[in-house]
Design a protein around this ligand. Structure first.
Ligand SMILES: [Zn+2]
Length: 410
C-alpha cells in the first residue's frame, strides 16, 4: 500500500522550522521519502491526501499515562470494579487517545496486566489505540505512594501496586514485572499527592532498593522511571540509575546538574497538578490531594522552568487518569508547558522526538524521515502559532499509525 501526503506544511520533528509545500510518500508502515512537492515523484496507483494549507507532523507521544484509569476524583469507585470492566475502559481510553492524535504512549503503572493485554490487543489489530510501552505494577515501600493500603480500607486487596521493603524484594518484584511483560520498571521514589498518608517530600524506595530493581531492568535492556517529587527521593532515583524523573516538583541546582550529567529525562506532568488545583474539593477531590497539590504547584512550575533553561531533556507526559485528567485530552499539557515558559517548538519536540528517545525508539519514531514509522497527524492550524489547536480534535484531520489511516475527519 502506497500513500502520498502532498503539499503539506511539514514539521518534521528534527527541530527545524516547518517547511513546505512538502510531499511525504508512505509505503507499508514506513515513510519512504520526504521532499519538496515540486520534486517528489508520486507513484502511480497510490492514494493521495491533499494536505495543502495543513500542518503535517509526527504523531504525538504521551510519556506518562495510566491507560486503565478513569480520571474520576473518587478513587474508591475503582475498588468496586471488576477487572474486565477496567479492561473495557482501557480499550476506550486507548481509542480516545489515538483519536486525539497520540500515536504512542508510555504507561506508568496498571494492575492485573490489563496494560499488557491491551498492548497485545492493539498490536494484533483487535482494538484501535496507540503504540504502547507498559510498566505492569509500580514498586513502592510499605505505606508509600504506591501502597494501595495508603488511604484505602485495610481489607482491600488491590493488585495494582507492588510493595517491597528490601533490595531483594525490589529485585524479585522487578523480575516479576519483566516476566509478565513490562517494557520498563516504575519505581516510587517519594510520597505523592493522591495518597492520603504520605507527603511528596518524603522519600520512598531507598537507593539500594531502586538499584536492585534497575539492575534487573538493565540486564534485559530495559529502563526504569521514577515517580519522584521531593528532592531527596529525586536524587536517590537519579543515583540509582533511572532514565526519567516523573513529576519532579522540587528540583535543586544540584539535581539539575546530575540530570544533565547522567542524561536523565524530566516528564513534568503539569496537567495532573493543574486539574487538582483548578477543580478542588468542590469537585469531589479529597482534601489531602488538593492541599498537597496547592503546596507543590509553585515549586513545580519553577522547577520545570529551571530544568528547561538548563537544557534538561523534557518529554511530554500528562499523568492522564489523575482527577479530571482525561484520556484524549492529553494535548492540554502542551499549553501548560508553554505557559510555564517553554517555546512552542520545544513543546512539540517534547511530544514527538524527545518522547520517542525516552521510549528507546528515537531511531524509528517521533520524526518524519525516510525509514521511520509512518505515524503522522494532519492538523488544520499551526500549533507553533497557537499550541491550543491540538486540543481541538475536530482540527486533527488525519491520524495515521504505521501507515494506516486510523482517523479521518473532513
Ligand atoms: Zn502517574
Amino acid at each position: 500500500m502506497v500513500l502520498a501526503v502532498k503539499n503539506a506544511t511539514l514539521f518534521d520533528g528534527s527541530g527545524a522550522p516547518p517547511y513546505g509545500p512538502t510531499t511525504v510518500i508512505v509505503e507499508g508502515d514506513r515513510i519512504a521519502s520526504v521532499g519538496p512537492s515540486a520534486e517528489v515523484q508520486i507513484p502511480e496507483n497510490c492514494e493521495i491526501l491533499d494536505a495543502a494549507g495543513k500542518f503535517l507532523m509526527p504523531g504525538l507521544i504521551d510519556s506518562h499515562v495510566h491507560i486503565t484509569g478513569s480520571g474520576d476524583p473518587n478513587r474508591l469507585k475503582a475498588l468496586k470494579e471488576l477487572v474486565p470492566h477496567q479492561a473495557i475502559r482501557a480499550a476506550l481510553n486507548a481509542r480516545a487517545t489515538l483519536e486525539a492524535g497520540f500515536t504512542a504512549i508510555r504507561d506508568a503503572g496498571a494492575g492485573f496486566l490489563v496494560d499488557v493485554a491491551l498492548k497485545q490487543a492493539i498490536n494484533e489489530g483487535l482494538v484501535p489505540g496507540p503504540r504502547m510501552q507498559v510498566a505492569c505494577r509500580g514498586l513502592s515501600i510499605t505505606g508509600g505512594h504506591g501502597d494501595t493500603r495508603n488511604g484505602w480500607p485495610p481489607e482491600v486487596e488491590f493488585k495494582g501496586r507492588y510493595v517491597v521493603d528490601s533490595p531483594d524484594e525490589a529485585r524479585r518484584a522487578a523480575r516479576e514485572q519483566l516476566r509478565d511483560g513490562a517494557d520498563h520498571i516504575k519505581l516510587h521514589a517519594t510520597g505523592g499527592v493522591m495518597s492520603e498518608g504520605d507527603v511528596p517530600t518524603a522519600r520512598g524506595l531507598t537507593i539500594d532498593e531502586m538499584r536492585a530493581a534497575i539492575e534487573e531492568a538493565h540486564n534485559v535492556g530495559k529502563k526504569a522511571m521514577a515517580h519522584a517529587q521531593g528532592s531527596t527521593g529525586i536524587k536517590n532515583a537519579i543515583l540509582a540509575g533511572v532514565s526519567s524523573i516523573e513529576h519532579g516538583f522540587y528540583l535543586t541546582d544540584e539535581i539539575i546538574e546530575l540530570m544533565l550529567k547522567k542524561d536523565v529525562f524530566l516528564v513534568p506532568t503539569l496537567a495532573a497538578v493543574h486539574h487538582i488545583v483548578e477543580k478542588g474539593t468542590e469537585a469531589g477531590i479529597p482534601e489531602y490531594g488538593v492541599r498537597k497539590a496547592k503546596e507543590a504547584q509553585k515549586a513545580h512550575l519553577e522547577s520545570f522552568a529551571k530544568a528547561y533553561k538548563a537544557g534538561v531533556k523534557i518529554a511530554m507526559g500528562t499523568d492522564a487518569a489523575t482527577p479530571f485528567n482525561y484520556h484524549g485530552k492529553n494535548a492540554l499539557e502542551l499549553e501548560l508547558m508553554v505557559k510555564a515558559g517553554m517555546k512552542p517548538m520545544d513543546a512539540l519536540l517534547a511530544a514527538t522526538k524527545m518522547g520517542a528517545e525516552l521510549m528507546g525508539w528515537g531511531d524509528r519514531m517521533g520524526q518524519v524521515k525516510p525509514g521511520y514509522w509512518a505515524d503522522l497527524i494532519l492538523v488544520d492550524g499551526n500549533p507553533l502559532e497557537d499550541i491550543r489547536v491540538l486540543q481541538d480534535v475536530s482540527r486533527i484531520k488525519v491520524v495515521m499509525k504505521a501507515g494506516k489511516i486510523e482517523v479521518r475527519r473532513q
